[in-house]
Design a protein around this ligand. Sequence first.
Ligand code: FUC
Length: 342
Amino acid sequence: MKSINIKKIDDVSFISIVNNKGLSIVLSTFGASIFQLETIDHLNRLESIVLTPDSLNDFYYSDAYFGKCVGRFSGRINNGVCKIDGKQYVLDKNWNDMHSLHGGKDGISFKNFDYEIKENKEYVDVIFKYLELEDLLPGDVNYKITYRISFLKNEFTIFFNAISNKDTLINLTNHAYFNLSGNIKKTILDHKLKLNCDYYTDLDETLITKEIKPVDKIMDFRRFKKIGKDIFNPQIHDAAYKGYDHCFIRQNKSKNNDVIAILKDPLSKRKLTVKTSYPSIVCYTCNYPANITINGNKINQHQSICLECQYIPNGINMENVNKAIFKANEIYEEYITYQFDN
Ligand code: FUC
């Protein structure tokens, strides 16, 4: 039986939705986030497929952004500096005192959103809203982030809508850590990944995006490939990023194929298909495991993968890429769909 339940802890609400098809999700107003997500495996076992820290405090404030929506921008801004309409803006360097990461220390991941619920026979919308006042970037931004959870199939979509009263940088994503084995029985190195992406952004030693390059052997996921096949190649494992943390860019999104990524686990037979309106996706293989516990155990390197659909990180400081600058009163609207099969 499908169900919607709400639990409040202090001023944070947790909205639990079971769709009666084999998907159960708990959303939180804190960071407009995915707190828990369970789907069935090939034996109909409902198991957790995302990483959620044991401690609520870790979930709220970890700089690993577990399940959080990220904004005003995703990824790193080089030296925490960018230009909008010819004027320079200096952001807080919350990553290694070097760059500004994921909206900075006051990013939306750490804000408590208002919410409302609208339901019909086919799906339920959980609509998160937040007004971010002008601070280090220009403009007050009204965010509306809607999770549409289907009652008919194991699928949900996040619709990202925003509008600013001044020209500003906006690049929103979700930062869930996926492990399809169920209850993180193993790493994601045996998971198979397919990316409909012909290009990627190389990274420098401080993980800032450099030039866009055609995928090479290590970065090529245009056919299903085990994540562990090339991840220990010195080209990436000996580098500062210690694994995949790169932005993959698709050639052109065709009208009838918005699939950007497919992730499969051989153990559970679970499959996640990611569809999006965004032109690119950052794949982060949990190279720097956060110092938290899940089910009482520390998490290990490569125990999950983040599939962060977004515009190219630091695009505002790059040439010939979308800078993700939105004009005053221009409507920002993008979506990410997560479709689960088993
Ligand atoms: C930085 C990013 C990763 C991830 C992590 C939480 O290391 O480069 O993509 O967002 O933070």
